[in-house]
Design a protein around this ligand. Structure first.
Ligand code: GN1
Ligand code: MG
Length: 372
């Protein structure tokens, strides 16, 4: 891969370079897997070009990642875990830095690949998703004593849903791609829910819920599962680790993993919230965090599922109206498809809210056995 020829020599990869493969997951960065022959065994690395348009200050992204992974390593060692498998490990450049800035101004960074583990695009069964819940819960738990306010806000007001609504309203007014007329129904659906967009941000601001270290992209495909035990071992993609509310992280896992369809499903009949999967993730997650989450957080878990789904729906719609400048798209209606699927899921979560509340209560009361 020609693009990589001038990048690879700047990193301290071990062994003999064998080849590279493109990773097609992810809507933002460019990701490659590199294979090396080290002695008589193969070793993999992940090399990424950070999207500089999205992450305006890549140095801050890397400083956050270094601080958080260092903390995680320490905690994992204390608990007699394996820090090389249970958290990401940055590969340094030849100059000992955490990223390489190319003469063209691109920012590149690399990680060790975690062996004997894999990711999934779709939940395979409730137990699988239960383990995802435990893994994100454990991540939150291990970072519960990390000073959240020492982290950089690498994308300003990332989960400020009210601001996301304002961004949408602005792009509707400007209509730069001439697409507004196609999406009046979606716009109306969102505006009917405008008042709810500020709920979590206001709770954070008033101190009713605490600022925590949050991941901000807790999709299923950001968890590495052990290939033998099937348990989640490591949380990936720490680019958006920032101070924020744990509620958005919980909600985003459900949005992506407990949906009966893909994020960009076009047959909206197929998009719904699977209550069994919701219960499975929630019981795994709560088993790790119920000791320290505040009651105001627990009380908003279900609401957070709806709010983050609405937020991401708004972001996809905003990008569609803006001419697809942010998310990587495979075709011109891709962002619209993604937005519509999210809004359908919002409607289904609204219809199932009382059942979801009951499930959370049952888990807390110990009536739903872990993994059930
Ligand atoms: C983007 O690129 P990826 O898949 O890691 C986005 C998330 C969205 C997600 C939707 C920095 O994440 O916020 O939830 O797409 N990341 C950024 O699938 O905007
Ligand atoms: Mg991400």
């Amino acid at each position: 891969m020609k693009r990589l020829d001038k990048i690879i020599p700047h990193f301290s990869f071990e062994g003999e370079y064998v080849g590279a493969e493109v990773c097609t997951d992810g809507h933002i960065n460019d990701t490659f897997f590199l294979d090396y022959l080290s002695g008589d065994s193969m070793k993999r690395y992940v090399l990424q070009c950070i999207n500089h348009h999205v992450f305006r200050r890549p140095e801050e992204v890397m400083k956050n990642i270094e601080a958080v992974t260092e903390h995680l390593r320490k905690k994992i060692k204390e608990q007699k875990g394996d820090p090389d498998r249970e958290t990401m490990r940055v590969v340094r450049t030849m100059q000992g830095r955490s990223f390489f800035r190319s003469p063209q101004g691109e920012y590149w960074r690399a990680y060790h690949f975690i062996e004997g583990a894999r990711t999934y695009q779709k939940v395979e069964n409730p137990l699988h998703f239960y383990h995802a819940g435990r893994t994100f819960g454990q991540f939150q738990h291990l970072l519960s004593d990390f000073p959240a306010d020492s982290l950089y806000e690498t994308i300003d007001r990332f989960h400020d849903t009210r601001k996301r609504l304002n961004d949408l309203v602005q792009v509707i007014e400007a209509n730069p791609a001439g697409r507004v007329a196609d999406v009046q129904r979606e716009i109306d659906f969102i505006l009917e829910r405008a008042e709810e967009t500020g709920v979590i941000v206001d709770l954070l601001q008033s101190g009713e819920i605490p600022l925590r270290v949050t991941h901000n992209d807790t999709k299923l495909n950001n968890v590495m599962f052990d290939q033998v035990t099937g348990e989640g071992i490591c949380v990936l993609d720490l680019d958006t680790v920032m101070p924020g509310s744990a509620l958005y992280d919980f909600g985003d896992s459900i949005r992506f993993g407990a949906s009966t369809a893909r994020e960009d499903e076009t047959d909206l009949e197929r998009v719904a919230l699977d209550l069994k999967l919701f219960a499975a993730f929630s019981s795994g997650y709560l088993s790790m965090v119920k000791e320290f989450l505040h009651s105001a957080e627990i009380g908003h878990l279900v609401f957070a599922v709806k709010l983050i789904t609405l937020e991401i729906g708004m972001r996809f719609l905003t990008d569609y109206l803006d001419g697809d400048r942010y998310f990587r798209v495979e075709h011109p209606r891709h962002n619209l498809d993604r937005a519509r699927a999210q809004l359908k899921l919002v409607a289904d979560v609204e219809a199932k809210t009382s059942e979801m509340e009951r499930i959370i209560q049952d888990i807390l009361d110990g009536q739903l056995k872990e993994g059930a």
